[in-house]
Design a protein around this ligand. Structure first.
Ligand SMILES: Cc1ncc(COP(=O)(O)O)c(C=O)c1O
Length: 331
């Protein structure tokens, strides 16, 4: 298992991951939207990772890691997550016929638990928060010999997620800038690995929530620090940065934007208005980040990634009550 964990993250490994991932997933669409381009003052392209199976980019990492685990003859996988990572591990493990356990904190959203169970994983509700749940993961992984699929400190996840950026380069080689939400950092780290290797001039911007800004604060300070984790937007919901991904992105971002909870909701409303897509808070945060960065992005070819579609009904209701949902403007 150590050998798998110490695997390199590189452009070459991401090209290898593409051979595996593309057997199970079609490339996601990259679409230019005229209304969004007018609003933001740039050529705005959306990379629709919200349209992947499981509703997020995470499935790319899941598929790649399961292929390695199957080859290594490991008898099961375990992780902790209430969100897209849990769903990706459950779905991809089933695809490769590998038993999976997903640990979630006690009292987690029953809808999300149901989705993870339906995807084929055993769900263990344990611990009052992610820190306590993660201790239980380590215990079970030792006793059962299951591989712990970490959402960020896991090279095969990062390499799998990176296949998205090969697709972007293939479809839009002249891209000037990419904007991405950042939670554990698998996505931003893989973007840096692909895009900077191919064209170091491509700007990579990260977005996080003001209420869960551990990665932002770590980036500012140049070292990993913990911060409170209080945002409603699941994709951002982490209280710390992670070493594997942080070491890759810490010196390669052009800028890092923080959004308020209301700005995150506006993103979901604007995504519905301009692209007719259902996108969760972290997923459409890239629109409001582009709005804040509009002076720097003026006239450029910009890829806004929509990372996921698994919004809660409350989140959608709050977003669709905003005037942006009806007029497509920033409030
Ligand atoms: C919808 C969504 N967006 C963004 C992220 C952040 O991705 P990463 O953890 O790779 O930084 C996640 C993470 O789970 C997510 O589910």
């Amino acid at each position: 298992m150590e050998k798998l964990k110490n695997h390199p993250i590189s452009l070459l490994e991401i090209i290898k991951a593409k051979k595996i991932v593309s057997q199970h997933l079609k490339p996601s669409p990259l679409v230019k939207y005229e209304g969004l381009s007018r609003l933001l003052g740039c050529d705005a392209y959306v990379k629709h990772e919200n349209q992947n199976i499981t509703g997020s980019f995470k499935i790319r990492g899941g598929i790649n890691v399961m292929a390695q685990i199957k080859n290594a003859g490991i008898n099961g996988v375990i992780t902790f997550s209430t969100g897209n990572h849990g769903l990706s591990v459950a779905t991809s493990a089933k695809l490769f016929d590998i038993p999976a356990i997903v640990v979630v904190p006690e009292g987690s959203n029953p809808v999300k638990i149901k989705l993870i169970k339906e995807a084929g994983a055993e769900v263990v509700e344990a611990g009052r928060n992610f820190d306590e749940s993660s201790l239980i993961v380590s215990e079970i992984s030792k006793t059962k010999g299951y591989y712990y699929v970490h959402p960020a400190n896991e090279p095969h996840v990062v390499n799998g997620v990176g296949t998205e950026f090969l697709e972007i380069i293939n479809d839009l080689p002249e891209v000037d800038a990419v904007i991405l939400p950042l939670g554990g950092g698998s996505e931003v780290a893989s973007a840096v690995t692909v895009l900077k290797a191919i064209n170091p001039k491509i700007d990579i911007y990260a977005v996080q929530a003001e209420l869960s800004c551990a990665a932002y604060s770590s980036w500012k300070q140049g070292e990993i620090i913990s911060r409170p984790n209080e945002t409603f937007a699941g994709g951002f919901a982490t209280g710390m940065a992670y070493k594997t991904t942080f070491d890759i992105y810490k010196e390669s971002l052009t800028d890092f934007v923080l959004l308020s909870e209301n700005e995150i909701l506006q993103g979901t409303a604007l995504a519905a208005y301009h692209t007719r897509n259902l996108v969760e808070g972290a997923g459409s945060s890239t629109i409001m980040a582009a709005w804040k960065l509009r002076n720097k992005l003026a006239g450029k070819k910009v890829v806004l990634q929509f990372s996921g579609s698994n919004a809660s009904p409350e989140e959608l209701q709050n977003a669709y009550e905003l005037s942006s949902f009806r007029d497509g403007k920033v409030i």
